[in-house]
Design a protein around this ligand. Structure first.
Ligand code: TEU
Length: 534
C-alpha cells in the first residue's frame, strides 16, 4: 500500500491491485436492502487490511437502475439510494487516508432515457438540435414502420425503438439507454467536463464503459457480418476522442482503464498508445479455459501486444458481467460462455475452488496490474437467483433464455451469524442470498488460515512487500506438460500445475506461499500453485 499522499504517484497503476466495488451489493449502511456509500465507508478498513491499492466503483450516479446503474441520468450526482455527493467526497478522502485510490466508472456510450438531454430530445421533436445529440432517424418501409438499420444489439433484442412522433432512436443496449452521438461537439465537451468534475473531487482514475462502441459509422448503414467493417465497434474516430480525454487526465495525473473487448491484438493495442488510455481490461485471459497451453499462449500474446506501446497488462478473473470464477472453473468445460452462464451447467464447487485458488496466485504474479471483483476474495460461487427475482435486463431481453448477470451480483456475506449474513439490511436485500451463503462470510474466513480470504490477504501482503511482483519481465521455465512455471525479477518463481498428477517443484530456497499443501513427497498436486524463491 502506498503512503496516503502518494495517491497519484506516477506509475502506481502499472502494478496496482484494484478492487471492484458494485455498490448495490457490497454493504448496506442504512438497512434498506440496497448497498450504499455508508456501507463502503464502514468497510474501508476491510479493504485496507486486504491490501488493495485502489477501488473501482461501478456507476453510483443517479439512475433508474434499469441496467444496474449503467443507465446514468446525471453524471454529477450520486443516486439517493447510494448516498450523496458529500458522502462520495468523504469516501474518496477516507479511502485515500488508508492508501486506497478511487476509480469512478464513466459511461460515455449512452445515457439513461431519464437524462435531461434525452427528455429534451423527445420533447423537441424531429429535426431539432436536441435530437442531434442522439441517433434519431426516420424508419424504413412504406410508413417508416421498420427500424433504420439491422444492427445487432449488445444485449439480445432490437437496437432501435420508435417514439410516438414516428422517429426511431438507436440503443446498443436497452431502450432505456439511448446512444449518444459522438460526432456532436457538445457530447465531447460534456464528457470532458464530467471527467474534470470527478478528477477535481480527488479520484485517481476512470474506468471507461464500453469504450470501443462510442463512434458509429456516420451512414448508419446495414451491416453484413464478415463482409463489412463493423459499423460501431472499434471505429477509428475513437482514438481522437481518447487523445483529448488523455489531455484532461494529464492535467490531474489521472489514469484510464478502458473496457475494450477486442479479439484483435493489434487493434486493441492502439488504444494503449502513450497519448491514449493508460490501461485496458484483458478479457482474453478471463475467457481462457483452465488449460496450461491456452493460458500460456494468452499470457504471451497479452504481453506481446502490450510491449510495443509500453502499456502494462491488466489481469482479471471476474467482474459484474461474468460468471463467478469458482463456478466457471468447476465446470467440465471451463470455457467462458456468455449464453449459458452457470444455470443448468454442472459445476463442481470443490474443484472450482481449488482452481480459483491456484488462479489467484497465477494472476497476482503476472506482470502488470490486477482487478479483483468483490467477493472473489471470499471464493463466492455464482448464486442461483430465483427466476422471478432476476433484475438484469439481459434476462428479460433474451426472452428468459439468458439467465443474465445477477448470479455474480448477490449481496456479500460479511458475518456468518447476523441477519442476511451481515450485509446490513433490515429487510431482504434487493437480490436474495442463497442458502449456505454464511459459510462464505468474511468474519468466518478471516478466522480460518485455510480460507480463500486468508489466501488473498497473504498473497497481497507478499506481493507488496516482496521484490519481483508487478511490472517487469517474465521468463518461462522448463516444465512438464500441463505445468506453467515462470520466473520474475529477483528470483521469484510461480509454478501452477494444471496436469492430472502431482509434479516435482523446481530447485528453490523458500516456498513463499501455496494455494494448497504439497503432497507427502513434497510434490505439487494438480490444480495447485506455489510462489517460490530461487
Ligand atoms: O458492458 C459492456 C458490454 O459489452 C456488455 O454487453 C458485455 O458484453 C456483457 O455484459 C457481458 O455479459 C458494460 C458494463 O460492464 C455492463 O454491466 C453494462 O450492462 C454495459 O456496459 C452497458 O453499459
Amino acid at each position: 500500500m502506498a503512503a496516503p499522499d502518494s495517491h497519484r504517484t506516477a506509475g502506481w497503476w502499472r502494478d496496482a491491485i484494484i478492487y471492484q466495488v458494485y455498490p448495490r451489493s457490497f454493504a448496506d449502511g442504512d438497512g434498506d436492502g440496497t448497498g450504499d456509500l455508508a456501507g463502503v465507508r464502514a468497510r474501508l478498513p476491510y479493504l485496507a487490511e486486504l491490501g488493495v491499492d485502489a477501488v473501482w466503483f461501478t456507476p453510483w450516479y443517479v439512475s433508474p437502475l434499469v441496467d444496474g446503474g449503467y443507465d446514468v441520468a446525471d453524471y454529477r450526482t450520486i443516486d439517493p439510494a447510494f448516498g450523496t455527493l458529500g458522502e462520495a467526497e468523504k469516501l474518496i478522502t477516507e479511502a485515500r487516508e488508508l492508501g486506497i485510490r478511487t476509480i469512478v466508472d464513466i459511461v460515455p456510450n449512452h445515457v439513461s432515457d431519464q437524462h435531461a438531454w434525452f427528455r429534451a430530445a423527445l420533447a423537441a421533436g424531429p429535426g431539432s438540435e436536441e435530437r442531434k445529440r442522439f441517433h434519431f432517424r426516420p424508419g424504413r418501409g412504406e410508413n417508416g414502420e421498420l427500424p433504420p438499420n439491422d444492427w445487432p444489439s449488445q444485449f439480445s433484442g432490437p437496437t432501435w425503438t420508435r417514439v410516438p412522433d414516428g422517429e426511431w432512436y438507436l440503443h446498443l443496449f436497452t431502450p432505456e439507454q439511448p446512444d449518444l452521438n459522438w460526432a456532436h461537439p457538445e457530447v465531447r465537451r460534456e464528457h470532458e467536463d464530467v471527467l474534470r468534475f470527478w478528477f477535481e473531487r480527488g479520484v485517481a482514475g476512470v474506468r471507461i464503459d464500453s469504450a470501443a462502441l462510442l463512434a458509429k459509422d456516420p451512414a448508419l448503414a446495414d451491416f453484413e457480418e464478415g463482409v463489412d467493417p463493423h459499423p460501431y465497434i472499434d471505429q477509428d474516430e475513437l482514438h481522437d476522442i481518447y487523445r483529448s480525454w488523455r489531455a484532461v487526465a494529464d492535467e490531474y495525473g489521472g489514469v484510464f482503464v478502458g473496457e475494450v473487448w477486442l479479439p484483435d491484438a493489434e487493434r486493441f493495442a492502439r488504444y494503449l498508445r502513450p497519448d491514449e488510455l493508460h490501461t485496458a481490461f484483458n478479457f482474453n485471459f478471463l475467457s481462457c479455459p483452465w488449460d496450461a497451453d491456452r493460458l500460456r499462449r494468452t499470457i504471451d500474446d497479452t504481453l506481446a501486444e502490450h510491449a510495443p506501446v509500453g502499456a502494462p497488462a491488466t489481469w482479471v478473473l471476474c467482474n459484474h458481467d461474468v460468471t463467478r470464477t469458482v463456478t466457471r472453473y468447476g465446470r467440465e468445460d471451463t470455457g467462458f460462455d456468455f449464453a449459458t452462464k452457470a444455470f443448468g451447467t454442472p459445476t463442481d464447487p470443490a474443484l472450482g475452488t481449488r482452481r480459483a485458488r491456484a488462479a489467484a496466485l497465477l494472476t497476482l504474479s503476472l506482470p502488470g496490474s490486477v482487478y479483483l471483483y468483490q467477493g472473489e476474495e471470499l471464493g463466492l460461487p455464482e448464486a442461483d437467483v430465483p427466476l422471478d427475482r432476476i433484475q438484469d435486463p439481459m434476462h428479460s431481453r433474451s426472452g428468459g433464455v439468458d439467465p443474465g448477470r445477477d448470479g455474480c451480483r448477490v449481496p456479500l456475506p460479511w458475518s456468518a451469524d447476523a441477519p442476511y449474513c451481515g450485509f446490513g439490511s433490515e429487510t431482504e436485500p434487493w437480490l436474495p442470498q442463497p442458502a449456505g451463503w454464511s459459510a462464505y462470510a468474511a468474519d468466518r474466513q478471516g478466522a480460518d488460515p485455510e480460507s480463500m480470504l486468508s489466501l488473498y490477504r497473504e498473497a497481497l501482503l507478499l506481493r507488496r512487500t516482496t521484490d519481483g511482483f508487478g511490472d517487469g519481465p517474465l521468463d518461462w521455465l522448463p516444465a512438464p506438460d500441463g505445468v506453467l512455471a515462470y520466473r520474475r525479477p529477483g528470483g521469484l518463481m510461480c509454478v501452477v500445475n494444471l496436469s492430472p498428477g502431482p509434479v516435482a517443484l523446481p530447485a528453490h530456497s523458500t516456498l513463499l506461499l501455496g494455494s494448497g499443501p504439497l503432497d507427502g513427497d513434497g510434490r505439487l498436486p494438480r490444480d495447485t500453485a506455489v510462489w517460490l524463491r530461487a
